[in-house]
Design a protein around this ligand. Structure first.
Ligand SMILES: Nc1ncnc2c1ncn2[C@@H]1O[C@H](COP(=O)(O)OP(=O)(O)O)[C@@H](O)[C@H]1O
Ligand SMILES: [Mg+2]
Length: 255
């Protein structure tokens, strides 16, 4: 099987990128796939969730600034394999050399893990900068999580421009779809946002995933308080069930 590289991206913060990256990575891992999570956000949320080290270990910063092969940056943790981020990545704009390779460091580095994994899931920062541009040059698919609020869809057209530019370095880049997260089903707002998301998806040349990820207290507790994978913390929660269904839907899409 060929390695499949998927980024979870949206230039807004707090829209469920890290939650989706981690839950999808955990779900794929539970199905027996070999999964690598790559954290490219200076906030290091997925790095912290995996309890990975950012010191005395090679991180994405070494990929962006030192052309370190991804294989030598992998940390094998109890929760799975991860390439950690580093808070110093917030200075990436000035730290990453301005040359013809500026946006392709990650793409080249990930060649070293081909054959080692089935899936690479990339968690991304909430801004269109050098880190996100490296990610968009390196992956096959993008999942765009959105909340059920107009604010969450705002700015997605800027993101569309970034995707178009990324295709100069990566012609195979595809938006797998828009994923509604923290959904409050059956409310009027949820319905209205659903319709709006479909319009935005059409403009982006993609679709909205059928599965919506419902909001639950267990989700926040598991990931941000107890650092336990949601599917272990709350095996029967609505959010757990939704991420399972989402992975089913995603895998159909990717085949
Ligand atoms: N399905 C959900 N139910 C409840 N809370 C959620 C859900 N998805 C995400 N959250 C919460 O929303 C906040 C932002 O999510 P996060 O994944 O960190 O977003 P991002 O990575 O885009 O900044 C976190 O506190 C997270 O726990
Ligand atoms: Mg995040």
């Amino acid at each position: 099987m060929k390695i499949i590289r998927i980024a979870v991206a949206n230039q807004k913060g707090g829209v469920g990128k890290t939650t989706t990256s981690v839950c999808v990575a955990q779900e794929l891992k539970s199905r027996g796939f070999k999964v690598l999570l790559v954290d490219t956000d200076a906030q290091c949320n997925s790095t912290r969730f995996y309890e990975a080290r950012t010191e005395k270990e090679a991180t994405v910063l070494d990929i962006f600034c030192g052309d370190e092969p991804a294989l030598s940056c992998v940390q094998h943790t109890e929760k799975g394999d991860i390439i950690a981020s580093d808070k110093l990545l917030s200075g990436a704009e000035t730290m990453v050399k301005v040359d013809e390779r500026r946006f392709t460091h990650l793409k080249r580095s990930l060649k070293s893990v081909e054959g080692e994994y089935d899936y690479i899931i990339v968690d991304t920062p909430p801004s269109i900068g050098v880190a996100l541009k490296n990610v968009l040059a390196a992956v096959d698919y993008v999942i765009i999580p959105v909340e059920e609020s107009g604010w969450s869809l705002d700015g997605l057209m800027d993101f569309a421009t970034a995707l178009d530019l990324a295709r100069d370095n990566n012609e195979n880049l595809r938006v797998a779809g828009i994923l509604t997260v923290k959904s409050k089903e059956r409310t009027r707002k949820s319905k209205r946002m659903g319709e709006l998301s479909i319009q935005v998806a059409e403009k982006l040349g993609t679709k909205c995933f059928r599965t919506k990820i419902r909001e639950s207290v267990a989700c926040t507790e598991a990931l941000t308080e107890y650092y336990v994978p949601l599917r272990e913390y709350a095996p029967t929660s609505t959010t757990t069930e939704d991420y399972k269904n989402f992975v089913d839907e995603l895998m159909e899409e990717l085949i």
